[in-house]
Design a protein around this ligand. Structure first.
Ligand SMILES: [Zn+2]
Length: 190
C-alpha cells in the first residue's frame, strides 16, 4: 500500500478511535441512538438501528415482513438520545453478544402471510472498538519514528529518503526542512 493511502487510513482510524472514546464516556450519561430505514418494497422493510449505552455499542438489522407487527413502517433516518436508565441491558459475554430474534403476529388472520419481524443484533464494548481503531495510528507512529531515526543516522530526508549530503537544510526532492546543519548554509550577513 502506498504511504499516502496508509496515512489517510490511519488518520481515519484515529478519528474512529477518538469518536468511540467520546461515545464511550457519553454512554454512561445518555443512551445515544440512530436508525436508517430502507424503502418499503412490497410489504417488506429493512431498518438498521444503532445504540450506545453503558459501555456497549449495538448494531441491529431488522427485516419486517408484512408491515412489522401491524405497526406502520418507519421512515427516514434519525440520530437522537434518551435517558440512559431506559436502555435495556441484555446479557453479554464480556460485553459481546449476538442475538437473532423473530417476532410474529399470529392473530392477524387477514394477512396471507403472518406479519413477521426478524432482528439480528451485534453488541460490542466501546473499548474493543477503540482498541482496534488505535492499532493503525500506533503502527504509523512507530514506523514514522523508525524512519526518522534511520534518516538521522544516514543523512537522508526523513520524509522521502532523498540523500541530503549535498543539500543540507532542505530536501530538494520533497521540500521538507531538515532542520539540519546551519553551518553548511551560506552566511549572507557577513
Ligand atoms: Zn524529501
Amino acid at each position: 500500500m502506498e504511504r499516502r493511502t496508509r496515512d489517510i487510513l490511519s488518520g481515519l482510524s484515529l478519528l474512529l478511535c477518538l469518536a468511540t472514546g467520546g461515545l464511550w464516556v457519553r454512554s454512561y450519561f445518555a443512551w445515544d441512538k440512530a436508525f436508517a430505514c430502507g424503502a418499503v418494497a412490497g410489504d417488506v422493510q429493512r431498518v438498521v438501528d444503532f445504540s450506545s449505552a453503558r459501555g456497549r455499542l449495538s448494531v441491529s438489522v431488522e427485516r419486517a415482513d408484512g408491515f412489522s407487527l401491524g405497526s406502520p413502517p418507519r421512515e427516514g433516518a434519525r440520530i437522537y438520545s434518551d435517558e440512559v436508565a431506559l436502555a435495556p441491558s441484555p446479557p453479554t459475554r464480556l460485553g459481546f453478544a449476538f442475538d437473532k430474534r423473530v417476532a410474529s403476529l399470529t392473530y392477524d388472520h387477514t394477512a396471507a402471510v403472518p406479519p413477521k419481524r426478524t432482528t439480528w443484533t451485534a453488541t460490542v464494548p466501546h473499548g474493543a472498538v477503540a482498541a482496534i481503531a488505535a492499532v493503525p495510528p500506533a503502527l504509523s507512529m512507530a514506523a514514522l519514528s523508525r524512519r526518522r531515526a534511520a534518516a538521522r543516522r544516514t543523512g537522508r530526508c526523513r520524509r522521502c529518503g532523498y540523500d541530503l549530503r549535498a543539500t543540507p537544510g532542505r530536501c530538494p526532492e520533497c521540500g521538507t526542512a531538515t532542520g539540519g546543519t546551519i553551518a553548511a548554509r551560506p552566511n549572507v550577513c557577513s
